[in-house]
Ligand binder design. Sequence first.
Ligand code: 5RP
Length: 265
Amino acid sequence: MEWGMANRMAQLIQSDGRCLFLPIDHGYFQGPTRKLEEPRKTLEPLLPHADAIFITRGVLRSSVEPGNAKPIILRVSGGTSIIGKDLAYEGITTSIEEAIRLNVAAMGLSIFVGSDYEHESLLNLSKLVDEGEKYGIPVMAVTAVGKELEKRDARYLALCCRIAAELGARVVKTYWCEDFDKVVKGCPVPIVMAGGPQVDTELEVFEFVYDGIEKGAIGVNLGRNVWQNDFPVAMIKALRAIIHENTTPKQAQELYDSVKRGEQE
Ligand code: 5RP
């Protein structure tokens, strides 16, 4: 691996082989998502606990201090909205020159396998990988499901992850699911897990993250279940403990509760 590519990968994946990416890119199709209305405010307390952030160029420039950032995974696909015809109809929204100018550690793009725009999104990934490899910038493929959350099963996600890896993604972001080991086994590059919409309890999040890591994921790219929680710092600290210290879900819950109590006093 070229030095630049290796250096960027090392910025993303920590020396223990694990990572906690914090995505705050949701506005690129959801607008001012709940609790991400003011990205700077949401991000500031969480930034010290993240290994990297997944973000668009607009929010990066407007809401993150260049002198106090973390490695950047630049969201470079989009062009659709939550009220538009089809979320899958994404294109590449940001040039490679812009990614270089912003000194990013990686670029991230969604693929929509099985959708009407499968072909376009997969060619977008291939083109982005070609550009990224030229300059030593890894690509993280996001296996997106749009509004069809029920698609998140092992057979479908294994298909998406494998295709993303075959087309050259250096990291793949997918969802946790039952039989997650089947997804990991079929994918020759590292996998990180997203959370999807906020779930009912913190423990549910700790349990699926723990299970996913045990089954071979290297970490998370988890947004709403962190920053939509009433105690986001407690949440990210507990997740960090699972990812980087092999803490059990029960211990993570105890850590969450104690940080939460501290904040309430
Ligand atoms: C949506 C994304 C997010 O980065 C990804 O879905 C992770 O966030 P969450 O845990 O909230 O699902 O690609 O734009």
